[in-house]
Design a protein around this ligand. Structure first.
Ligand code: SAM
Length: 408
């Protein structure tokens, strides 16, 4: 085993701090802070870089604070509990800028001030793995081992009151268990397994229960969805559908998109990766034609209910990369909100050939955003502004909304 002492210089995307080994190689160390000297054990020793496990902080940073949770550094869910919230916000702003400059090759990107969240108890959805003993836990980063947990400070209070009461010992075939919260603290328990037959479960709690197996979702108790309220609009969200996990921040993102897009009754707008219709529902009243694209059947079913009142909305249930290249429309605006992998190449090429005046890019991964941003700027688009939204406090994840315009 090799131990080293390193001084850390800066934060990088992924939650680690970057320093230099004595031989000059970059070394990445989680849970350390710039300015700290740390004793580390090398866990990944490559010719050009290395990764280290933090063994001991030799010289702590004056910024370091005590983490709130006893599982911090073990469970893999949080990366920043040792950092004051204001500093977390600054780190995310700096990391976003750095990714855009280094990967995106964008010069002095116009990064606006980050929009902060409530730092704790913000998640309306939490997913647990199950230990062989039937306890709920999280999978430590980069491992298949499930660490049983006694507390977690990220879910809402309503979720936190219920999950410690769940006992999954009787259902060994379960892969995962999630709890999703809706309006009025309604909760849905989602049991996930690869077994085609639904599990049997008796739960004496006021919950809806859904079984998500290879054949789709089955309701075992209560409703097949929760209702989530955003800006006085109600969204039906089923067990298998995506929804933003931080409800108050989703409200702010919707407001930001509405404020910054040049919407008119003549506008044709494409909302790609539309989910259950969060952005579509607020955009629809302001445009002449809305084309929404989503490949999850569950989300599409929810979308149809959520946007039932609009006659000028078309929903394609298919991959964005299949729909956009053959789309018979001339959208002035395209909104994209892809998963972490970003835009598939055919989707990005199709956006360039559709040539909207404005592209709004909602991203949950600055690295893939920067990769796509480089392709967009090579294709004639210019980044007008980008705002980070802190949807995931205590973690390294960075959400952002950027607006790109076609160069005249
Ligand atoms: C980050 S979520 C955004 C959803 C929605 N915009 C919202 O804010 O609630 C990404 C969505 O894209 C869908 N999706 C993922 N890959 C897709 C693809 N290749 N084509 C179409 N939809 C896809 C997922 O099912 C999910 O609903």
């Amino acid at each position: 085993m090799t131990f080293e002492e390193v001084t850390l210089d800066t934060h990088v995307y992924g939650g680690e701090a970057l320093g230099r080994l004595a031989d000059g190689r970059a070394v990445f160390v989680p849970y350390a802070l710039p300015g700290e000297m740390a004793r580390i054990r090398l866990t990944d020793d490559k010719p050009r870089y290395a990764r280290g496990k933090l063994i001991e902080i030799v010289t702590p940073s004056p910024e370091r604070i005590a983490p709130r949770c006893p599982h911090f550094t073990q469970c893999g869910g949080c990366h920043y509990q040792h950092i004051p919230y204001e500093t977390q916000l600054q780190i995310k702003t700096d990391v976003l800028r750095d990714q855009l400059e280094r990967i995106g090759k964008l010069n002095n990107p116009p990064v606006r001030p980050i929009v902060p969240s409530q730092p704790w108890n913000y998640r309306n959805h939490v997913q647990f793995h199950i230990t062989p003993e039937g306890e709920l836990g999280y999978q430590a980063g980069g491992s298949n081992t499930t660490l049983p947990i006694r507390e977690c400070h990220l879910p809402t209070e309503a979720i936190n009151q219920v999950w410690p009461l769940l006992d999954m010992e009787a259902i060994p075939s379960l892969e995962r268990v999630s709890l999703r919260g809706g309006m009025n603290d309604d909760l849905m328990l989602i049991l996930e397994s690869n077994e085609p037959e639904p599990v049997e479960l008796e739960i004496d709690l006021p919950l809806s229960v859904a079984y998500l197996g290879p054949g789709g979702a089955l309701v075992l108790a209560g409703d097949d969805h929760v209702i989530i309220e955003i800006q006085q609009r109600l969204f039906r969200v089923s067990a298998g559908s995506f929804f933003q996990v931080n409800t108050p921040m989703a409200e702010q993102m919707v407001a930001h998109v509405l404020e910054n897009l040049p919407l008119t009754p003549q506008t044709t707008l494409v909302d790609a990766y539309c989910g259950v219709g969060l952005f579509s529902a607020f955009l629809a009243p302001h445009v002449g034609r809305l084309i929404s694209i989503e490949d999850s059947p569950d989300a599409c079913e929810d979308f149809e209910v959520n946007l039932d009142e609009f006659d000028h909305v078309e929903l394609y249930e298919a991959p964005v990369e299949d729909v956009l290249p053959t789309l018979d429309a001339h959208p002035q605006i395209i909104v994209v909100d892809p998963p972490r992998s970003g835009l598939a190449r055919p989707a990005l090429d199709a956006i360039l050939s559709l040539g909207p005046d404005v592209l709004a890019y909602i991203s949950c991964d600055p690295a893939t955003l920067a990769r796509d941003g480089k392709r967009l700027s090579n294709g004639g688009y210019q980044l007008q502004q980008i705002t980070p939204f802190d949807l995931f406090p205590q973690t390294y994840h960075i959400e952002s909304i950027s607006f790109w315009t076609a160069a005249k």
